[in-house]
Design a protein. Sequence first.
Length: 299
Amino acid sequence: MRHGVVVLPEQRWSRAREQWLRAEEFGFDHAWTYDQLMWRWLRDEPWFGAVPTLAAAAEATSTLTVGTMVATPTYRHPVTLAKDVMTLEDIAGGRFICGLGAGAGGLDDRVVDPTAYSPRQRADRFAEFVELLNELLTRRSTTYTGTHYDVRGVPMHPGCLATPRVPFAIAATGPRGMRLAARHADLWVTAGRPGDFDARPYEETLPEIKEQLARLDEACERTGRDPSTLRRLLLTGAMVGGTLDSVEAYRDAVGRFGELGITDFVVHWPRPSFPYRGSMRVLERIARDVLTGRSEEQP
C-alpha cells in the first residue's frame, strides 16, 4: 500500500510550504492538490492555483511525489496542460503524477464555460482530452483532429523525463471512463459513489468499492490489459469517511480496502472546520505509528 494526502491550495505559500514539508516528513508517498478554480464548499475562501503550488512543493521537497487531483477539460486545454506537466515533472525530477478527470459540472464549469454538456458529451470530450494529452507527452510534434480539439504541429521539446511520459492517474467510475483508464492510466482513481458528497463511514462503502474494482478488472480485460499492472487509488474524505478518526480506524481502513485491491490510500490534510475537518494530532500519530518505518518492516 502507498499512502497519500491531499493538501488544499488554501494557504499562502509562507504557510503552505510547511504543510508540504511535513507531508514528506510524515512518510507519505505522494501528495496532491486540487486543480480547480474553486472548491464547492469553499467558494468564498482563499484558493490558489495548482500548477505554481505544485512547482513550489516539488522544489521544496526531495522524495515526495506530487500530483494534480485532478486536471479536467473544464478549463485546461491539452496543449497548455502538456507544457505545464512537462515542466512540473522536470522541476520535480520525475516526482510528478498527472491526475485527470472529466469534471463534475460544478462551479468551475459555470464560471469558465456555461455550456450544458450531456454526460455523453462530457465523456466524449474527456476521451479526446486524455488521448491528445497522451500524444503531446509522447511525441516531439503533434497534429490532432477531433470533435473538441484540433491542433497542428505542436512542438514538445525536450519531452518528459519518464518514458514514455509522466504517469497518468485517471478518475473514472463509469464503463467508458474505466476503459479509458485501462488504456492510458498508471493509476485508476475513485472517491466512492459518484456525486455522493455525504461522507459515510468507510465500512459502508466497502461493497461499492469492491464492485467498482470488479468492473475495472473487466475493463482491463476488454482492452487487453493485465489488471495487475494498473494501480488503484482510493481518495477518502468527501464520500468515504471516518478514516482519520483515529490511528486504529486508519489502519483498519487501509487493511480492509487493501484486501479488496486498493494499492494507494489517500486522505485529506485535516482542517479545523468543514470540509475535511480533522485532528492534526491523529495525523501525527498515524505518521508515527503507521507510516514511519514502513521501509524497515518490508523484507
